[in-house]
Design a protein around this ligand. Sequence first.
Ligand code: ADP
Ligand code: MG
Length: 325
Amino acid sequence: MGKCRLLVVFVLLISPLAQAQWQQKSFHVMGTQAHVEFWLGDSQTQATADMLISQVEQEMQRIDETMSPYKDTSELSLVNRQAALEAVIISKELFELLQDAYKIAELTKGTFDITYASIGYQYDYRQHKKPSQAFIDKNLSAINYHSVELDTDNSSVHFNHPAVKIDLGGIAKGHAVKNCLAILKQAGIEHALVSAGGDTGLLGDRRGRPWYVGIKHPRADDKTAVQLPLSDEAISTSGDYERYFIEDGVRFHHIINPKTGDSARNVVSVSIIGKNPTYVDALSTAIFVKGLQEGMTLINQLPEYEAIIIDNQQTLHVSEGLLQD
Ligand code: ADP
Ligand code: MG
C-alpha cells in the first residue's frame, strides 16, 4: 500500500516535467503549415524553449520576406524586376541559394530549373488560370537556367534573356528548414523536427525511437500513404495535389516540366530522403518532373539519396537503398 502511494506521488512529480520537455508549435508561413517540435535538455529553461520557438518562426518569416515572389518588396521580386536590365548585387544568402539551384539543375539535367517561372507565373491555381499555348510557345526559350548568370566576385546576378523570371518555391522551404534546424542545434537541442509543408528536417531521433514522418495519400486528403521511421535525415515530398485545378479532365498543378511549360504528369507523388534539407526539397521537384524510370535511375546513382515514388496507378516504388534496409 505504502509502496503504491509512493509510486503515485512519483508519477505525479515526474510526468508534468517530462511533458514540458517536449516543446512544439504549429504556425502558418510561406503559404503553408509549419511545425517545430523538440526535446528541451535538462539544463535548459522554458524561457529558452519559448525563445527558440520564436526564433524558428521568425527565421521562416524572414525567408518568406526575402524570397516570396508574391511580395513586391522581396529581394527575389527586385531581382525579377531588374536582373534582365543590369547585374543586381544580392545578399550572400540568396547568392548561395542560387548557386545550389544551379548545381541541382546541372545534376538533374534541367528538370529542376528556377526559370520555370518565366512561364510558371502565368498559372493561378486558385483562379483556375493557365497560360495560352501561344504564350508558352513564345516564352519557352526563357526557361533555361543557363540564362541566370552568377558573378561570384561581385555577388551579383544577371539574366541574359529579357523574359526570364525565377521562383524559389521548389527550394526555399528546404532552405528554411535547414536554417531552423541549425538554430536549434546551435542552442544545444539534440532531438528536433522542423517542417514547412512537405519539407521535414530531423535532428537526432525521438529519444531512443525514430521519428515517424508520413507521406500523404495523393488522392485522399486525410489519409497517410506510408509512415517512415527516420532519424537525422531530411525528407521532402512533392505532389500534384497541393495546388491544382482540373480542366476537361486534365490536372494543372504547380510542378512544371521546364521542357514544355505544362504541369508534369508522369507520377503523382515523389519523396526524397537525404541529409541536406535544401537538396531533398529541390530533388523531390526534379524527380517529380522526371517520372518513375528516369527519376529512379538518377536516385539509384546517388548513394546519399533515396526515393519513394507513387505512380499514376497509385503504386508505390522505392529506391534500391530502401529495399536493402
Ligand atoms: P511544395 O511547394 O508543395 O512543397 P515542391 O517542393 O514540389 O512542392 O515545389 C513545388 C514548387 O516548386 C512550385 O510551387 C514552384 O514554385 C516550383 N517549381 C515548379 N516546377 C519547378 C521546376 N521544374 N523546377 C524548379 N522549381 C519548380
Ligand atoms: Mg521540392
